[in-house]
Design a protein around this ligand. Sequence first.
Ligand code: HEM
Length: 435
Amino acid sequence: MSEPATPPSPDGVPVLGNGMAFSRDPFGALEEWASHGPVVRLQFPGRSMYLVTDPDLVEEVLVERQDKFAVGRDQQETFSGIEDDALAGTTGERWERLRRALRPAFTWEKIDGYGARMARRTAEHVEQWDAERLDLHREMRLLTLRILGDTLLGVDVRGNERVILDAADALVDRADPRRFGRLLPEWIPTPTERRFERNVEALNDYVETVLDGRSTEGDDVRSVLLAARDRGDLTLSEVEDNLVGLLLAGHDSSAVTLTYAWLELGRHPEVRESMVREVEEVVGDDLPDTGDFEDLERVRNVVRETLRLYPPAWAVNRQTTEQVSLGGYELPAGAQLTLPQWVLHRDDRYWEAPTTFDPDRWTRDVTRPEYAYFPFSGGPRHCIGMRFARLELTMALATMATSVDLDVTTDGPLAFRPSLTLRPTVDIEATVNHR
Ligand code: HEM
């Protein structure tokens, strides 16, 4: 009998394996490794990982054979100690129960009811900007947090933004795969781990006050979770952790998308102008609403293209539940898989001039495999906030486009941090001119 085929492994260095190349240039390394084949085995200190970069295999893992691929250990470890009982880090029956409990707050009907409020919060936020230089990513985080709190979550975050942003920053630091401390057990208190614990405690205290004595009447997430607790479907700790989870997962991905959209619109004034014209035609002097979503095609294509070129979730993580064959290779039980949006979204087999920001590509008739583009992942575990995020990004961008001109600059060549979201490593600043 012949030996089962094992995937190719790009050369690494002794001890550190492929970790050295990743530390030096994470996204360049992913692209280089992907050139070795659709499934590649990588070696890092103490762990190995399979990189899957063929769209049909991605679809197999996420959708067709999803029962053989659970959310991976890396993802579970990232959220441990902050949201152990939240959706993103759980598997099996518990995940199903939590997702079922959250679903009523995420129906299309509910989400569609938030469009006008998303636009109003955006208009209010940009009105208070003066002409000084702004930290664009931070401003976009404050905006998306406020929108999230005021719509889906039913939580007024004003005055407490700092607690939430600090906890998110600590989580991002801790989740950076290049961090040396990740190789140490958690009880060895590295400075990152200590900061993480401090910030998480502050966020937990805040969420407790938010839940204290609240009603279960509304249809926002907070009420839906509390009602599920009253019915005995969720524990209090599950309620708290899921609110924490949504406060964190629900703001930064949208904020980085808006940040990169403005950066690219600054580089492509003709795209910006045509977008403004469309908004003026569709919305007139009013603020946009959900009813305008379909007609704001240019704005939606700017959002789609930004999510292609700068996928906020740059990779999805899975692990095999048993020995499986994938793409003709045998993978052992417990194998860790990375499915990188970054690589597939920039693969020139599916995208013409892949590194060019070109929202018009979405109006051309091109056939490509479905999973050449999966910013929100796919299958039963796809992003629960997908519809919310698409509406929010469209409403926010359309509102901003007709209220302000932003002159956007970076303090060096654009580069990214390979952590939970695709954050920039350089400062991105904007000077504001009100229209
Ligand atoms: C541009 C914005 C966003 C992007 C690109 C994005 C992307 C993703 C991706 C790729 C996943 C992983 C799914 C998987 O493991 O297969 C995910 C999961 C998740 N996202 Fe989002 N997301 C965004 C916005 C949001 C928002 C606004 C919310 C909440 C309001 C949210 C809540 C979640 C939650 C709770 C999960 C875990 C789902 C589960 O495991 O069942 N996300 N998101």
